[in-house]
Design a protein around this ligand. Structure first.
Ligand SMILES: [Fe+2]
Ligand SMILES: [Fe+2]
Length: 168
């Protein structure tokens, strides 16, 4: 497959590099699946029962994201990664939610970059798929920030204006 490298500019990215970055995203999705599978079951305290149910939904959505990314990596002619980023654990419910929120912030930052990189390469359908993933990641971020009683973090020009707690 030809490499579409041309003039070296900041937004210049090859298809090989995009596949590498998508594999990093995939490793973050595996991390998210594991985190949500475990945290949804071990969160304790009546005040966390709502968010525990939401985390079960997140776990399934993260699996969908992993499948979409694997398909795109294969389409780019590369082998999808098999190793998750490390998952932190804690006995403290608040700490678990905080880890999830930090991971979602990082994921959102990355997908925003990825959409621009896909568009630079003319991969508009791939950009669209990642946009749909990004919509769900922002919902996860809102769910977690709401459960922690915090403002939704502004990870750049973020989803600040959104109504909190809209989705159940
Ligand atoms: Fe995800
Ligand atoms: Fe997520």
């Amino acid at each position: 497959m030809p490499d579409s490298r041309s003039a070296a500019s900041e937004s210049d990215i090859s298809r090989d590099r995009l596949a590498e970055l998508l594999n990093e995203d995939l490793a973050r999705e595996y991390q998210a699946i594991i985190g949500y599978v475990v945290y949804s079951q071990v969160l304790s305290g009546a005040e966390y029962m709502d968010i525990a149910a939401q985390l079960e939904i997140h776990a399934k959505q993260e699996l969908d994201h992993a499948l979409i990314l694997s398909r795109q990596i294969d389409y780019l002619g590369k082998m999808p990664a098999v190793t998750p980023k490390p998952v932190r654990t804690s006995k403290d419910s608040k700490a678990m939610l905080r880890y999830d929120l930090e991971n979602e912030n990082e994921t959102i930052r990355n997908y925003r970059d990825r959409i621009r990189q896909c568009e630079t390469l003319g991969e508009f359908a791939m950009a669209e798929q990642i946009r749909q993933i990004l919509v769900q990641e922002q919902d996860h971020q809102i769910d977690l920030a709401t459960a922690l009683g915090e403002e939704v973090p502004d990870v750049s020009a973020g989803p600040k204006g959104r109504a909190l707690g809209k989705r159940r």
